[in-house]
Design a protein around this ligand. Sequence first.
Ligand code: NDP
Length: 253
Amino acid sequence: LARPLTGRVAVVTGASSGIGEATAQVLAAQGARVALLARRGERLAGHAARIEEAGGTALALPTDVTDPASLASAAAEVRSRLGRVDLVVNNAGLALPDLLDGSTGPNWQRMIDVNVTGAFAVVEAFVPDLLAAAAERGHADLVNISSAAAQSVLPGFAGYAATKAAFSHLSRNLRARLSPADVRVTNIEPGTIDTELRDHIEDPAISAAVQEAVGSIDGIPSGTDVAELIAFTVGRPRHVNLSHISVLPTREA
Ligand code: NDP
C-alpha cells in the first residue's frame, strides 16, 4: 500500500467529527503521524485508537481553539511527542444561524470566536513550525477549511458567511506571506458535506428548513471525500500549490 505522507507530522483541528475526523484517518493511513485536536476528548481518543489499531500513529489532544492556553499546550505537546509540524489542517468550525434580530442569541460571536479568532490563532501557533519545516525539508502545508458560504449569500447565516469570507481572505493574504518560504497555503471551500455541522442548530424551525434543503440535494459528499482531496493536495510535488479549491455536491445549484 502506498504511504506517500510517511515522515510528515500533521495537526488536524476539529478532528472529533466530520471532515476533520476523516482527514486524520486518511492522512494517517497515508503514513503521516497525526495530532487530533478538538474539545471532545473521548471522541478523539476513540479515533486515535482506531488509527493506531490500523498501524498508524495518532495523538489525541483535547483542545479548545478559542483558548490560547489550551492551544499553546497542544502545540507544545505535538512538538514533544510527534516532532515539528509540517502539515496543518485548520478545520474546526461552527455554522449557526443568526437572524440578527436578537432571537438567535450570541451565535455570531461564537462563530467569530471559533471560525475567525480560533482559526487565526491556529495559524499563529503553527506558522513557526511550518516555516522551519519548509526550510529543512523543502515544503510544508497549511490547509484552511473555509466554505462556499464565503462567496455567496446564505439566508439566515450572514454571520457564518462573513466569518468564512474573512477566513478565505486570510488564506489569500497568508499565501503572499508564506509561499516565498515554500509553505503552501490551500483554501478549500466546500459546499454541502454530510457531517454533524447542521446538528448543532438549536432553533427547530431553522433546523427543519436546513435539513429539508440538504435533503433535497441528490448525492452529498462525505467527510472522507474531502479528506481524500486534502491528502491529494498535500501530496503534490513541492513546486505545485493547489491554492484554492471548491468542492461541491454535483447536483448542488
Ligand atoms: P462537524 O460539526 O462534524 O465538525 C466540526 C469540528 O469542529 C468538530 O470536530 C468540533 O469538535 C470542532 N470544533 C468546534 N468548536 C471548536 C473549538 N472551540 N475548539 C476546537 N474544535 C472545535 O462539521 P464539519 O466536519 O462539516 O466541519 C468542519 C469544517 O468544515 C468547519 O469549519 C465547517 O465550517 C466547514 N464546512 C463544512 C460544510 C458542511 O456542509 N459540512 C460546508 C462548508 C464548510 P468539538 O465539538 O469536539 O470541539
